[in-house]
Design a protein around this ligand. Structure first.
Ligand code: PGA
Length: 253
C-alpha cells in the first residue's frame, strides 16, 4: 500500500513554547502508526531541532521544513538552504506552497531548482500544486496543475518522482473553511496520477502519495482520505489544535 500521510503545516504560527506543548499533546495521544502510515510536522525553521528531538523515539513521525532556498548557498541574507537542512538531519521539505508562490513570487522554474537541491541533499520534497478560484471557475484546473508538474518535476528521473510526496491544494480551499468535495478531490488526484503515469509509467504513478490540502478538518478527514487516490492530507489550521490533528492522524487509511 502507498504511504498514507498526515502532514501538519504550522505556517507562521505558535511561539516556541506553544509549539512544544502542541507536540507534547499530539504525541501524548500515542497514536500508533502502521508501517504504511506516517505523520510529518512542517514547523518554522527555529523549531526544527526541537521537533526532531520530540519525534526521535516515535515510529513513523518525522519533521519537515516549510521551505528551502532555490540556490545552493551564498549571499542570501535570511534564507535557509537544503544543505543546511540536511546537515540538521531534516529529511522532508515543503516546496511550492501556494502562499510562497503568491507572497514570495516563487515560479515553477524556481521550484524545479528547489526540488533538485532537495534530492541532492537526501530531502524528500512535499511538492504542492493547485489552482486559484478563477482557474477552477474557468474549468481549466486540470491543465493548470499539469503545467505546474511539468515545469517543476518532469525533468526528474523516475526514481526521484517515485520518492516525492505530492500535495494537491486548491487555493480556494486553503484557510477558507471551504473544502473541495469528495468528488472534486478524487477527480483531481486521479488526474495527477494519470499525468504522472503518462510521463513516466503507471508503476511510478501508483507509488506516489498524493495528499489533499485545503481545510482538512477532524470532521471531514475520514471521508476525504477514503477516496482511492487521496493518500492523506497537508493540514494547516486544524494541525494547530492537538485534539483535531490527532483525529486527522487516526483518519489515515
Ligand atoms: P488549511 O491549510 O488546512 O488551513 O486550509 C492547508 C495548507 O495551506 O497547507
Amino acid at each position: 500500500m502507498r504511504k498514507q500521510i498526515a502532514a501538519a503545516n504550522w505556517k507562521m504560527n505558535t511561539t516556541f513554547q506553544q509549539g512544544e506543548r502542541l507536540l507534547d499533546e499530539i504525541l501524548g495521544a500515542e497514536v500508533a502508526l502502521a508501517a504504511h502510515q506516517h505523520t510529518i510536522f512542517a514547523v518554522p525553521y527555529p523549531y526544527l531541532l526541537m521537533t526532531r528531538s520530540e519525534v526521535e523515539e516515535e515510529y513513523n513521525y518525522s519533521v519537515a521544513a516549510q521551505n528551502c532556498h532555490h540556490r545552493k548557498n551564498g549571499a542570501y541574507t535570511g534564507e535557509v538552504s537544503a544543505e543546511m537542512l540536511h546537515s540538521m538531519n531534516i529529511n522532508y521539505c515543503v516546496v511550492g506552497h501556494s502562499e510562497r508562490r503568491e507572497y514570495n513570487g516563487e515560479t515553477n522554474s524556481m521550484l524545479a531548482e528547489k526540488v533538485n537541491l532537495c534530492f541532492e541533499h537526501y530531502i524528500t520534497p512535499i511538492f504542492c500544486c493547485g489552482e486559484p478560484l478563477s482557474i477552477r471557475e474557468a474549468g481549466t484546473h486540470n491543465e493548470f496543475v499539469t503545467v505546474q508538474l511539468k515545469e517543476s518535476l518532469f525533468h526528474l528521473p523516475a526514481d526521484s518522482v517515485k520518492a516525492l510526496i505530492l500535495a494537491y491544494e486548491p487555493i480556494w480551499a486553503i484557510g477558507t473553511g471551504k473544502t473541495a468535495t469528495i468528488e472534486q478531490a478524487q477527480e483531481m488526484h486521479r488526474h495527477l496520477r494519470s499525468v504522472i503515469a503518462a510521463q513516466y509509467r503507471a508503476a511510478v504513478a501508483d507509488e506516489i502519495s498524493i495528499l489533499y490540502g485545503g481545510s482538512v478538518k477532524a470532521n471531514n478527514a475520514k471521508e476525504l482520505f477514503s477516496c482511492p487516490d487521496v493518500d492523506g492530507g497537508l493540514v494547516g489550521g486544524a494541525s494547530l489544535v492537538a485534539a483535531d490533528f490527532v483525529e486527522i492522524i487516526k483518519a489515515l487509511k
